[in-house]
Design a protein around this ligand. Structure first.
Ligand code: SF4
Length: 362
């Protein structure tokens, strides 16, 4: 950002914060369900600009964080097979499983390759006859199309040694599950990148059935503050609607081609979320016609009994009922260099974001 733009942004932020303070009369808990928003909130010090009526809480929006320990354990078990190469986005290798991590397995001789896209894993498979390449598919609707394209590309190129172990998730069932569970949430700051793909209609039941305002937000500080103001106006007027602040990227109908791709290659399933347990219809697995690429079926392996790290409260943080400073390990034994739980691994995790940008007392 150049100096002039930075000044203008700061001027708008100050004005928006002033307006929020002027208009907010009713206490409201706003949950952000996107790791990018969690990072933006801490990075720009936005909570400190808000009135005492508004409390921001982080939810299950970081893809690495919500991937359950069972998924990590499964990946670890696969990595121990001599002919398997794990292809994964970088953050995942440091997430602790029950007794190991992909990073530790690398030290023991496992083949782990960091990739920037699922297509890179297909290329790796094509160049590695005799090896089975397992791409770890995580993330929400933002990353699901990439995995779908990779599967189709593997078919097109006749690559039969490409597989994917998927823990792809969709957001609305988790948002509903938190309310059903009684977590105090008055409104949702909805994810921008997910909504580019899905459109804003996926949040309609959250607004209509649960009466929670939903605003799809961008990621600049001005975006987030404007979205909070839009939520405040809904709260004060007793409305519960879906609105888009991030209009420069998100359309109500979303990206139809990406949606069609997802619908062809994946089908909904129940899935485990760290801290939230199994949520019906919240996961995406390969559809029947593509099931031969599913590592969970094609490569049988014994996975150890899941065990959470002692003292780690990632699950409660992802549900919005505790914050990183409630964890006695935060910034003591758990740091980005030595993460005890998933929320300290990814830069979008609440613990890592607070550690890096936040003001906290030890
Ligand atoms: S600080 Fe570390 S141990 Fe505590 S909840 Fe966060 S990731 Fe888990």
């Amino acid at each position: 950002m150049n100096i002039a733009a930075g000044f203008a942004s700061s001027h708008y932020c100050t004005a928006l914060a002033h307006q929020i303070r002027a208009e907010s009369k009713t206490a409201a808990v706003i949950m952000e369900v996107c790791g990018g928003h969690t990072t933006a909130l801490y990075r720009y010090g936005i909570p400190a600009m808000l009135p005492s009526t508004i409390r921001m809480v982080s939810g299950p929006g970081c893809p690495v964080c919500v991937s359950d320990v069972r998924f990590v354990d499964h990946a670890v078990a696969l990595s121990r097979l001599p002919d398997v190469v794990i292809a994964t986005y970088g953050d995942l290798i440091r997430v602790p499983g029950s007794t190991s991590s992909l990073e530790k397995e690398t030290a023991s001789g496992a083949s782990i390759r960091i990739v920037w896209s699922a297509l890179e894993a297909v290329a790796l498979a094509a160049a590695s006859p005799g090896k089975r390449i397992v791409f770890l598919g995580i993330g929400f609707e933002t990353t699901i199309p990439g995995t779908a394209i990779a599967v189709r590309e593997a078919i097109k190129a006749g690559v039969s040694n490409f597989f994917t172990l998927c823990s792809h998730k969709i957001m609305p069932p988790a948002m509903a599950a938190l309310i059903d569970e009684g977590v105090a949430i008055d409104a949702y700051l909805c994810p921008g990148h997910v909504s580019v793909i899905t459109g804003s209609g996926i949040y309609a039941p959250i607004a209509a059935v649960y009466r929670k305002p939903c605003v799809v937000s961008g990621f600049e500080p001005v975006d987030v503050l404007q979205s909070i103001l839009m939520i405040v106006r809904q709260v004060e007027s007793g409305k519960a609607a879906v609105e888009i602040q991030y209009t420069r990227a998100v359309h109500p109908e979303g990206n139809r081609r990406a949606q069609a791709l997802i619908a062809d290659v994946f089908s909904p399933c129940n899935d485990w979320w760290r801290g939230l347990g199994v949520i019906a219809g919240s996961g995406m697995r390969l559809a029947e016609a593509y099931r031969r690429f599913d590592a969970a079926e094609a490569i049988p392996v014994t996975v150890e009994e899941p065990r959470e790290a002692a003292g780690c409260i990632c699950g409660s943080i992802l549900k919005g009922v505790q914050t990183p400073v409630d964890c006695r390990l935060f910034a003591r034994t758990c740091t980005p260099d030595n993460p005890v739980g998933a929320c300290m691994v990814s830069s979008e995790g609440a613990c890592a974001a607070l550690y890096r940008y936040g003001a906290y007392e030890q």
